[in-house]
Every structure is written in structure tokens, then in C-alpha cells.
Design a protein around this ligand. Sequence first.
Ligand code: SAT
Ligand code: MN
Length: 599
Amino acid sequence: MTKNRKLLDWVEEIRELCKPDSVYWCDGSKEEYDRLMNEMVASGMAIRLDEKKRPNSFAFNSDPSDVARVESRTYIASKKQEDAGPTNNWIDPTELKKTMLDLYDGCMKGRTLYVIPFSMGPVGSPIAKIGIEITDSPYVVTNMHIMTRVGNNVLEVLGENGEFIPCLHSVGAPLAAGQKDSRWPCAPIEEKYIAHFTDENTIWSYGSGYGGNALLGKKCLALRIASNMARHEGWMAEHMLILRMTNPEGKKFHIAAAFPSACGKTNLAMLQSTVEGWNVECIGDDIAWMKIGSEGKLYAINPEAGFFGVAPGTSKESNPMALASVSSNAIFTNVVVTDDNDVWWEDMGTECSGGKDWLNKDWKPGMKDANGKKILGAHPNSRFTAPASQCPVICPDWEDPNGVPIDIFIFGGRRTTTIPLVHEAFNFNHGVYLGATAASEPTAAALDVVQKLRFDPFAMKPFIGYHVSDYIDHWFEMGDKLGDQAPRCFYVNWFRKDEQGKWLWPGFGENSRVLKWMCERVEGKIDAVETPIGLMPCKGDLLLDGLDISSEDYAELMKVDTNLFNKSLDDVGEYFASFGSNISPRLIKELDSLRSRLQ
Ligand code: SAT
Ligand code: MN
């Protein structure tokens, strides 16, 4: 038990406010996990999967209104509105606290208040941070067990006077005496709030039990609050996977990569190299915390301990390592529970004879609704939660408290035209421009339709806890500090198509060929061709042996159409204008230089 006065006082204050039936301090033990799961199975909230097929694994169905993060109900409640910037919803913190205090009053009646001491990052690491989540959801407790490091050792590190980030969560569904609980308690959408009080590093979440709304260590702490702290303390909290690539001579390269959603981040993090002698290991699939360390290099840790991945599309072909990671000790939310009590989802690459869909209704593949539309078995945002340690290609150093030295940053987006497979920034500032202008096309629409790009700077648009212009300035400033130790920056596009709509690049494991080119660039082994948009592979440097790519297709894949590129810069200019008057002059300068190089 802790002697930390601040923590004890806070728990007591929240107990008085939320009025739970009881208070329970989590110790992070297996016994605790098993007991909570047994209780949830008994109450009907969880389904225990077949013990032989998927040992110690459970499935949950959420309420249909509570299936994803809700950005429209996510707030940065900074004192000054201009600190939140154009990419965030803002409410005055005093006003929001008043609203939320009314909601929290008595909200845990009939429930247990769980106190979860957790560490983001290896316990005691100089880069780690301690959070305390108070929640009334046992589902959240069990997920936090997997996604973070929970336990008494966290309280030991916290000590009597240590600092922690308070994370208050309630599903927002108090129970009257004798009232039976629902399978997935939550509040209606207009009562949901995911609030960040950034001037006091405090998180208040109400009304949702799902994913990043409720597992507060993830997007709320490790990105929105941490990005704010990082800005003031001179480090970086980024929405990036981390991997290690080792070349045939045994030289190690560490890569951190940011992609908007639906660009295969988890797949790249666990990629199986197709290049002989080159090996890839996973360090993290979602978040990187980076600090300048020895020799002035940038060191990264994965603050998480598990994967919270999108299930649909995960198959032996797309990501066999993710499939192996969920073979036991996993939690599944909103997937199909098959008749033989295992899990299934769309594009899993296996047959399914039927079962219960994500709404817990009887379901068979190919079923259609009244309008003839196919009924999905798994929700498109259905998830698996699994310990990172179960990933067969997890890097042996993934828990090194000092992190790994980052050599390469990769940015990207999903673009069917315009952007070549890979290009390298001329220098770090140009790399910041590439990250700031990362964008995807809204959908795989017709190639001849000019459509607006969806910008997602550094894949951080929903996660920057402050003004986007200040965030981009912070990137420039980190570059200044790192100097010639700064990671080299690259931009990739795995998704280019030809005029017939055929993919020009095979993707998946073959992406290792592109990573190899980057590593050889960093080593100084190979030159590059200078183009107006950046540095590109010289003929023969990008290994294509064994790939079925014609020289015409390769030319198309690497083509930079200056006209088309120029046109896309109008969208960039328009996007930058939305940042307001404090936009970084260095960012404008990069755009202007690019424009003139393209003339
Ligand atoms: O729901 S989470 O925010 O944890 C996952 C995601 O949106 O990428
Ligand atoms: Mn993510």
C-alpha cells in the first residue's frame, strides 16, 4: 500500500465524488486478472474462448454506440483557447469541470472503484512516466494489465512524494439498488467526454468503455498529455512504430515510423523481411517516446506493453506475427465468436461456418440485411489486446530502459498517385516538412477525380495535445538540438496504383527492400538521385530481384510528375493557412523552396 499523500487524498476525493460501493487497489497479479475475468464471465460480460484453441483468452461485445474513439467528444481543456489550436476541440476548463463533476457525482453507485497504478515505459526507466487510472470498469483493468505495466512495483517507484498523472475514468452508468448491469455499460454519446486538462496534466474520461477513450495510458496519456510534457521538457511523444533492422554484417538500424490509420503500421512493425540476411524485429507498433541520450543521439522507448490492434484484415498473409501474438492470453472486442468458441474476423484468411457477430447475434458468412447489403461479422474497428512479449519477433531489447538509438524516421500516407514509393529528405528541416504534410486520399476513388487530401501531420492530428504550429516548431527545435545526430528522414507510399488501378508495389514483407535502401543510405554506402522533391534511389540500388515488376511499372512507381505534384501544393498551402498566424516560418520556407525546385 502506498504512503503517497497526494495519491491517497486523490483516491479519497474521487471516492466521495463517485460514490462506488467499494474501492479496490490493483496489484497487477495474474491472480487478479484471472479473478476479474472469471467475474466478467459469470456476469455475462465476457465469453471464455475454447481453452485448447485459444488458451486464457476472452471475447467482449461492446454497446453498438461505443465502438471507437470519439474525436467529436475529445477535448483539450487548456486555460487559453489558442493553446489548443485548430486541430483540437476546446472548452474552458472551469466550465468543463463543472459539467463533468455533475456527471461524476454518484456515477459509480453499485460498482467497484478500481485504482490502477501503471507505468508507461519499463518501470523505473528514465523515459517512463507513472499514471494512476481510477476506473469502474473491470474490462479496463484487464486491458490495462496487458497494455501497460501495472503493479505494486509502480507504487514503489512512485514513493511517498513522486509525481503521477491522474487519469479518472467512468463508464457513466451507475446502478440502482438491485438493478442488473448491462453487458457493456456506457453513457449516451452526448454525455461522453474525453477531457485533457493540459495545464495540470490531468485526464478525465466519462461515458465510454472503448479503446483509447477508456484505456487512458494510450492516446490520452502517452500522446496528448505526453506531447505537451515533451514540448516543455525537450523530448518527443510520437504516434510511431519502432523497429530494428539488422544487416548481414550484424549492424543494427533503428527505425521509427508514423503513418495515419489504415496504412499498415502494425504490419510494418512486425514485418518479415524478404531480403536475405536482413532481419527485422519489433519494438513497438503504436507509440514512441524519445529523448536525447548518450552521444547526443535520440533514444526511443515503446511506452506500452501490449498491442491493441485492429483485427479485421489480420491474416497469415498480412501479419502472421500479429496472429501468433494473439494465440493465447488475448482479449478480443467486437469480433465474431465462432460456433466452436474461437474468434474470426473479415479477411482473417480462414473459413468460418458461423457463430455470433459483434452484436452477439447469430451470424453466418454471406448474410445480407434487408437492403441486400452484406452484414459484417466483426466490427471494422474490432480489436485484439495481446502482450507484446508474445510477438515471436519482439526485439530482445524492447524493454531496455534507456531505449534504442533512432537512425531513421519514416513518414507516409495512402496515395494512389503523385507520391513515389520512397524519397529521402535533403535534411532534417525538409524531413519536418515531409512529416507535417503527410496526407492520405479519402478513399480509393477514381484516379481522374481531383479530390482533397486528408492531412494528418506526423499521423498526430487527433493526438497533438497543443497547438499544431507549436508542435511543428518543436520538431524543428529538436532538429536544432540533435544537429548531425538527427535521424535521417524518409517518406514512403506503399499504395501507388497504375492507370488501370493495379497496385504497383507488392507491399507487406517486400517493404523490407525499401528499408534496406534507407539503411544503406544511412551507412553512406550508396548515392541517391537528386530530384525536386528529395533524394531517390539510383538505378539498381533498390533491390528488385525476384519481384515481378516490369521496368515500365517501376518507372511509374517512382515517377514524379511535377505538374501533378505542383497541384497538390495548393492543398498544402490551404492546409497551412488553417494553422493561423503563428505558423512556423521554417515550414513556409520549406514549402516555398519546394515550389521553386518544381518550377
Ligand atoms: O482506440 S485507440 O485510440 O486505442 C486505437 C486507435 O484509435 O488507434
Ligand atoms: Mn494508433
